[in-house]
Design a protein. Structure first.
Length: 258
């Protein structure tokens, strides 16, 4: 007789593939539904929940590919990438990677990057709150120590870079968008800042130097190092304007001396 652990393991596996003989023998059936049909009800519910979760996180991807494609992609992804969390908000992080290698979507060269952007929007929406860094905190740092400052980005901030105009694609596929929906893939890529401001998530385009500065700070670089990378991207990068924009806005959440 199989143990409870063996039955539970067999049941979990049967949610993603045909049930084995061990489980079929353990599940009661009747004249209306046999064991396989009963298990199929649970399997349909599992995949339905995964499809719903992915659809909530990736509405633009779903709109771009259509309902049928998205359903098949969601089912294939759920089978390949099993959820390891009891919270469905954590499910779907590598959906963009899955789409990037999906042959059926190879003509939609921007699709994976759109998914990266939507996952950033999702994580920012559910991120923890962080106190804004007071702008006068910089005044307490002696001038000779300024190059050694390290900043941390707010948990409610993400950076997304793409070779394609993903911000434009995201914007024209929002429910409230009312305007020209034309997207020119030849216009170049986007550097995007995804941030929660006043309980709403905003997606903003950044200049390359500004994005480079934020990415360098996010990687743990000192202010002087990050500034060097930003000026390499654009010699006219204005550090004062950068700080006056991103400190009061809450993009930068804390600082310390290296």
């Amino acid at each position: 007789m199989p143990s409870l652990r063996e039955l539970q393991s067999a049941f979990a596996q049967a949610m993603f593939r045909s049930p084995g003989a061990l489980l079929l023998e353990a599940v009661a059936g009747d004249e209306r539904l046999d064991a396989r049909q009963r298990l199929a009800i649970y399997q349909n519910n599992v995949f339905g929940n995964y499809r719903s979760a992915l659809g909530d996180v990736y509405p633009v991807v779903r709109r771009l590919v259509g309902e049928d494609f998205f359903r098949h992609a969601a089912d294939a992804f759920a089978t390949e990438e099993r959820s390891t969390s009891g919270d469905l908000h954590d499910f779907g992080e590598v959906f963009a990677v899955f789409l990037a290698r999906c042959r059926a979507a190879r003509d939609l060269v921007y699709l994976a990057d759109v998914a990266h952007l939507e996952w950033a929007v999702h994580r920012v929406f559910h991120a923890a709150e962080a106190l804004a860094l007071p702008i006068d905190a910089l005044a307490t740092v002696s001038p000779e120590r300024l190059p050694d400052l390290r900043f941390s980005l707010s948990p409610a901030v993400r950076l997304v870079a793409s070779r394609y105009p993903v911000v434009r694609i995201w914007e024209v596929n929002q429910p409230e968008f009312d305007g020209d929906q034309t997207v020119n893939l030849d216009q170049g890529g986007d550097w995007a800042l995804v941030a929660r401001r006043s309980h709403a998530v905003e997606v903003q385009r950044l200049r390359c130097d500004e994005f480079t500065m934020l990415a360098a700070l996010d990687s743990g670089q000192r202010l002087a190092q990050a500034f060097g990378e930003a000026t390499a991207a654009d010699a006219d990068f204005d550090l004062e304007a950068f700080l006056l924009r991103h400190v009061p806005a809450g993009t930068l959440a804390s600082l310390h001396i290296a």
